[in-house]
Design a protein around this ligand. Structure first.
Ligand code: TYD
Ligand code: MG
Length: 459
């Protein structure tokens, strides 16, 4: 007896039913149900009985800390946790024009130059466009191990990837499985495509196919377009961010099955593609040694590195009933609570002022450790008194106005010392650890509260 079961999926939301419906009960879209035919499983016998899947005791399973494929590009390898894991799926999301194709093309060219076969599936651009970009970003002759496959037919492209170490797919939203009657980029297509890619990458029995690097478009809301299952099924989700007009780009891991998610890679987009920035020392500060009111520097940690980041604030008296609060690179809710603490605890009143706040260089100052610098930048702007240019401020500001200790103090102090800062303000509770901090010429100033700090620097 052969059983062929039919299922219907909503093309818009992925809702699954056994019979066709004119209107999807999930998302109420009309005429969005498409049919997907389900063949009987290979492990079923003629009578439809299912054979049991094999079991292995944990001890029998060979634990191979899989060998990684280094891209040879330090900033990319760092974010991935030491290179690409063979047979893994990595999804790279980012705004249009941010540099996703450029990043993965560069990575592919480097891998191919090191003798690893790389296939670039170009479903968005033509092969000559890929060649033009490759010539722009690399002066070397094209490596013979780098292949371009210009097609949007996913099954055909996957056939061509046999034997490759790494496959770049640009992009998951523009390839399609032609046997599915649905347009590329639809939930059904993306879902089926990622299943097929996973099959190609992990052919079973512990064997590895190529590692896949997938470009993913994002929606207006900043999410990767397509079903959530896409992010569940891949091993790593990376985000490529930055301000499109500014040169700096950040690569972050949002999910990583083989490493941590708090490392960031820093790049600069120039005329010849992306350059990695291994020493971001002075990047996140505005030029010039002059001290201006409204400027405070913090020492922020991302993964294994500390960055000295300048926070700039501007306050302006206005006669609006609802003055504006605009934050770039700092969480706007954080800004509101810091403004409330400044008002209530330190007497810095901004109820009738617009407040603009920005982290220099497009840095995302998401860490609570940036609070003190945010508060000091605002207080300095409000009182029109500059802070010393070589002082860094580190600490989380609590709602009571006290300062809390962030982790990784030694890294923060060490980077400030390396970059020639004269003093660093830390929460009082760091006192006990002072002996262990490699201060190297930086004076450590302890402060108990935001009031104390405001009094000392911008009275
Ligand atoms: P691209 O990689 O095409 O972005 P995405 O794939 O994320 O849409 O990058 C596009 C932008 O990068 C484009 O506006 C031009 C710029 N760019 C440079 O400034 N220098 C370069 O060497 C390259 C290749 C691109
Ligand atoms: Mg692109």
């Amino acid at each position: 007896m052969t059983k062929v079961r039919t299922r219907f999926f909503c093309d818009a939301c992925g809702y699954e039913t056994v019979k066709w419906m004119g209107r999807c009960p999930g998302c109420e879209a009309y005429d969005s149900m498409v049919e997907a035919v389900q063949e009987p499983a290979a492990s079923e016998d003629a009578a439809g009985h299912q054979a049991a899947a094999p079991l292995k005791s944990l001890g029998e399973i060979a634990s191979t800390e899989r060998e990684r494929i280094p891209t040879g590009w330090g900033e990319v390898d760092r974010v991935l946790g030491g290179g690409i894991v063979p047979g893994s799926l990595t999804l790279l999301g980012g705004e249009p024009g941010i540099g996703k194709s450029t990043l993965l093309l560069s990575a592919g060219l480097r891998l191919a130059s090191a003798g690893r076969r790389c296939v670039y599936i170009a479903a968005e651009e033509s092969a000559p466009q890929v060649r033009m970009r490759a010539d722009r970003i690399s002066e070397n002759n094209p490596p013979p191990e780098f292949f371009v496959c210009e097609t949007s037919d996913l099954p055909a492209a996957l056939k061509a990837t046999a034997g490759a170490a790494v496959v770049v797919l640009d992009s998951i939203q523009t390839v399609r499985v032609p046997t599915l009657r649905s347009i590329s980029g639809s939930v059904l297509q993306i879902r089926e495509s990622v299943f097929r890619i996973q099959e190609a990458a992990k052919p079973g029995d512990g064997a590895n196919g190529p590692a896949f690097l997938l470009v993913g478009h994002i929606t207006k809301g900043g999410e990767i377009a397509g079903p959530k299952i896409l992010e569940h099924m891949v091993d790593c989700v990376l985000a490529f961010e930055g301000d499109r007009r500014m040169g700096l780009r950040f690569l972050r891991a949002q999910k990583n099955r083989f490493g941590s998610t708090d490392e960031i890679g820093v790049f600069e987009m120039g005329g010849k593609g992306l350059e990695e920035i291994t020493d971001p020392g002075a990047l996140f500060r505005s030029a010039g040694p002059d001290a201006h009111p409204g400027v405070a520097v913090s020492s922020l940690v991302e993964g294994s590195r500390a960055f000295l980041v300048e926070i700039q604030a501007l306050t302006q008296e206005v006669s609006l009933a609802m003055p504006r609060r605009v934050a770039t690179g700092v969480d706007p809710r954080r800004l509101l609570s810091i403004l409330a603490v400044l008002d209530k605890r330190a007497g810095v009143r901004l109820g009738t002022s617009d407040v603009f706040l920005t982290a220099v260089g497009g840095f995302l100052a998401r860490e609570p450790a940036a609070d003190l610098a945010v508060a000091m930048a605002i207080a300095s702007a409000a009182r029109n008194r500059p802070l010393p240019a070589t002082t860094a401020f580190v600490g989380e500001v609590t709602l009571t106005g006290e300062l809390r200790l962030p982790p990784s103090l030694d890294r923060r102090v060490g980077e400030a010392a390396r970059l020639g800062f004269g003093e660093i303000v830390l929460p009082d509770s760091a006192r006990g650890r002072a002996g262990r901090l490699a201060a190297g010429g930086v004076d450590i100033i302890y402060s108990r509260s935001i009031v104390q700090c405001v009094e000392k620097y911008v009275r």
